[in-house]
Design a protein around this ligand. Structure first.
Ligand SMILES: C[S@@+](CC[C@H](N)C(=O)[O-])C[C@H]1O[C@@H](n2cnc3c(N)ncnc32)[C@H](O)[C@@H]1O
Length: 459
């Protein structure tokens, strides 16, 4: 039987399907599985610090546990920085990944390219070092030179003038060089990683407004850091290949830029899904990459970021909501397939709609909630379609409590899965969350957790 108690107030009973809830014999370090901590030390995984990423160890564990081996194909509908795909490649397992954030997609594409030409990499490093000072001087010699001419104010505020001039010099030399694709992508990641490595600005950015960030002259030297990073990343490629237990070249990897709401993947062609959707916690993925987007000139302002990225992602932040947009109504198909879940969502949205009138910030959590589950319904439907029979889809995610209204996202995803056609689901708790806010009177005191939802499609 697939039933659950959604909260002390609301009880759902659905279908004749199975729910198991357990904290089973997972390894002792599972509390880090929903975080990027382990991956920060692992070759290639660490090239881009994605706060939303999960641990490669969780993926390895899942492959071992469910016997996912060479010749099989795994799918991550929220590829992000590519943890699932990279882990698959290192095990000779084929993979498909979909990512809607174009900048993050480019980073992951580069991370998945392991056969780059070492000599070509060294050639660009030498070219950059030989031309660096001339280029830097020529920029500074221009009487009308101003960093604001090249970068939005936010970037200017994140570095000392000297450091930003050096970063600009590197960018200009990179843009003017004739590369082959793979090597160009590699250096795109090197320079991107450099941006955060080098700044002496406070670490919590973007949550700390740049005007509060203290810029000192103690920024690390841009050219030196560039050289160190490029060489260590080159070494990472050697290491990941060396430690790979199999011939990774036999596997195929298809990375798709687009939305997993609607994907071009064949029916019943996937052996396993391991993924982590955005949590319903008001994290704006496009804002997280503002520094990088502005530095590269991919976006110049908030509107640009919205047009190019924010609007392409599933709804998980109030910054994505325009209250006048009529799309924030529960979809009819979703309602008819999942009447109890959608009733719970609508009731919670109604509470949030009342609360926003009296709460600070007047945040549109009510519409965010509806938008989120409308999108997740479609994505889980697609996941079900592409999975072979007798397989599992694992979703790493956290629950949330906007304005103190508890939303058991893990159970709801499990219930939606069962309504769509999965035969059963189970939840495995990874860790309790939200303790760091204890004592903050502005925050709710609902106990939260991070879990893995396992959806099973039987033979
Ligand atoms: C929690 S992160 C995944 C992180 C990933 N597991 C990793 O290790 O880096 C969720 C990702 O989903 C992406 N995303 C949001 N909406 C999407 C959509 N409709 N289709 C595909 N990806 C989407 C976000 O840009 C973000 O990179």
């Amino acid at each position: 039987m697939c039933y659950l108690n959604l909260s002390s107030e609301v009880k759902l009973n659905s279908n004749n399907k199975q729910l198991t809830l357990f904290q089973q014999e997972l390894p002792h370090d599972v509390k880090n599985w929903g975080t990027f901590k382990d991956s920060l030390k692992a070759p290639v995984h660490r090239w881009f610090t994605y706060p939303a990423g999960f641990s490669f160890k969780a993926v390895e564990h899942s492959f071992a546990r469910f016997f996912i081996t060479e010749g099989m194909t795994v799918y991550d509908p929220f590829m992000g920085s590519g943890t699932t795909n990279l882990t698959a490649k290192s095990k000779g397992i084929s993979s498909i990944g979909v990512e809607a954030h174009s900048f993050v997609y480019e980073i992951t594409k580069a991370k998945m390219e392991w056969d780059i030409d070492k000599k070509k990499i060294q050639k660009f490093i030498s070219y950059l070092n030989s031309n660096f000072h001339n280029k830097l001087n020529s920029l500074s010699d221009n009487k009308n030179f101003s960093l604001s001419h090249y970068f939005p104010e936010l970037v200017v505020k994140c570095y000392s003038e000297e450091t930003l001039k050096k970063l600009l010099t590197i960018r200009e030399l990179y843009n003017g060089y004739v590369f082959e694709n793979k090597e160009k992508n590699f250096f795109f990641v090197v320079i991107t990683a450099l941006l955060r490595n080098i700044s002496s600005a406070a670490t919590g950015w973007p949550y700390i407004a740049p005007k509060k960030v203290k810029i000192t002259s103690s920024d690390k030297d841009a050219l030196q850091e560039f050289n160190t990073l490029a060489l260590s990343m080159l070494q990472d490629l050697e290491d990941i290949k060396f430690f790979s237990d199999v011939d990774y070249k036999k596997s195929n990897h298809k990375l798709i830029l687009g939305s997993s709401v609607d994907v071009s993947i064949d029916n019943e062609s996937i052996d396993h899904v391991f993924t982590s959707p955005p949590y319903l916690n008001n994290f704006d993925y496009s804002d997280r990459t503002r520094l990088e987007l502005y530095f590269w000139g991919i976006a110049k302002n908030w509107k640009d970021i919205s047009d190019k990225i924010r609007t392409k992602l599933i709804t998980s932040a109030t910054t994505q909501i325009q209250r006048s947009n009529p799309k924030y109504k529960i979809d009819n198909e979703f309602k008819s397939k999942c009447p109890e879940v959608t009733k719970f969502i609508q009731d919670s949205a109604n509470k949030l709609s009342e609360l926003r009138k009296v709460k600070g910030g007047k945040k549109s959590y009510d519409l965010m909630l509806i938008g989120y589950f409308n999108d997740m319904y479609k994505i889980i439907t697609e996941v079900y379609r592409v999975l072979k029979k007798d397989t599992k889809a694992l979703f790493v995610l956290g629950d949330s409590a906007p304005y103190g209204v508890y939303i058991p996202t893990d159970k709801l995803i499990g219930e939606i899965g069962c309504a769509i056609g999965f035969d059963s689901y189970s939840l495995e708790i990874l860790r309790k969350r939200g303790d760091k806010w204890k004592g903050n009177p502005q925050r709710h005191h609902v106990s939260l957790r991070e879990s893995i939802v396992i959806l099973e499609k039987n033979a």
